[in-house]
Write a protein that binds this ligand. Structure first.
Ligand code: ZN
Length: 284
């Protein structure tokens, strides 16, 4: 199923969508669903009820889609996880997984603006498959990793390249406000096999990235197995699983995002997010 967080008439709600209409889940299920994380945590008992919903409340066009999880406990991103992206970055294929974090202030809705920071113009996109963790777990074996995944989204790991490369730590260049738009919904695991999906990014309709998730060097399961050796993963944590070749930084000359640009990330079986670049402070 496809699950959304949305606002309507000033209320923040959780719902189910078929891509055309919305069924409100907040207040409808046998359990208090205050937000997406509470729904994910109750999924073992409430999932059946959600799958059985057949009546919808209003058209999708009448709601505002928000980030599926407004405050994920963690947002983790892996670097250089497609061979063509490693090559364009002038880097060897990684032997170890390269991890960084995006802080929670980066969260943005699927159609929200991306801010171009006051302190940099080297603003870039990275189309990525996003994994949503479904249950608290630690030391997950690779072949059990799919059991802890709740679902998938399309995301943009927006990056500020000078700040990213200024030091050996990516954190600041990856953590500007609004730089993790994702959505437009969570597609749950039973509906999607993530192993070979097309993944594309366009800027103002111009193709920039076009690949398939089968080219991931470290697969979703490898990533979860590796990360969970270090940390407890929890319901609602997000993993940005890497971007294919074609980022703006690798073009000659580089093509940075500028205000007015419309950046679209689309993944097969999920859908698309679309974000317009604005100058920091100018978004409404
Ligand atoms: Zn990335």
């Amino acid at each position: 199923v496809k699950l959304i967080s949305y606002s309507k008439d000033g209320e923040m709600l959780v719902g189910l969508t078929d891509g055309r209409s919305v069924a409100r889940l907040s207040g409808r299920l046998d359990g208090p669903i205050t937000d997406m994380i509470s729904l994910i945590e109750s999924w073992d008992s409430l999932g059946e009820q959600v799958r059985a919903v057949r009546t919808f409340d209003y058209p999708l066009a009448d709601v505002r889609l928000e980030a599926p999880i407004a405050r994920p406990g963690k947002i983790l991103g892996i670097g250089l996880n497609y061979a063509d992206h490693a090559a364009e970055a002038g880097m060897p294929l990684p032997e170890q997984q390269i991890w960084f974090s995006k802080l929670v202030n980066t969260v943005a809705g699927p159609f929200d603006p991306i801010e171009r920071p006051r302190v940099s113009s080297m603003l870039d996109y990275e189309a990525e498959l996003v994994v949503v963790i479904g249950r608290r777990c630690r030391h997950v074996e690779r072949d059990r990793a799919s059991k802890v995944i709740f679902g998938y989204c399309a995301g943009n790991d927006v990056s500020v390249r000078d700040w990213q490369m200024r030091t050996s730590q990516f954190l600041l260049g990856k953590s500007f406000d609004t730089h993790a738009p994702y959505g437009p919904w969570i597609v749950t695991t039973e509906e999607l096999d993530p192993s070979d999906l097309y993944i594309r990014c366009t800027v103002n309709g111009e193709p920039r990235q076009d690949s398939r998730t089968k080219h991931l060097i470290f697969k979703c399961a490898d990533q979860i197995a590796y990360l969970s050796q270090v940390m407890t993963l929890e319901a609602g944590d997000l993993i940005f699983t890497g971007t294919p070749g074609g980022v703006g930084a690798a073009m000659k000359p580089p093509k940075w995002l500028v205000p007015g640009d419309k950046v679209r990330v689309e993944i097969e079986g999920i859908g698309a997010i679309e974000n317009v670049v604005t100058n920091e402070g100018e978004a409404r």
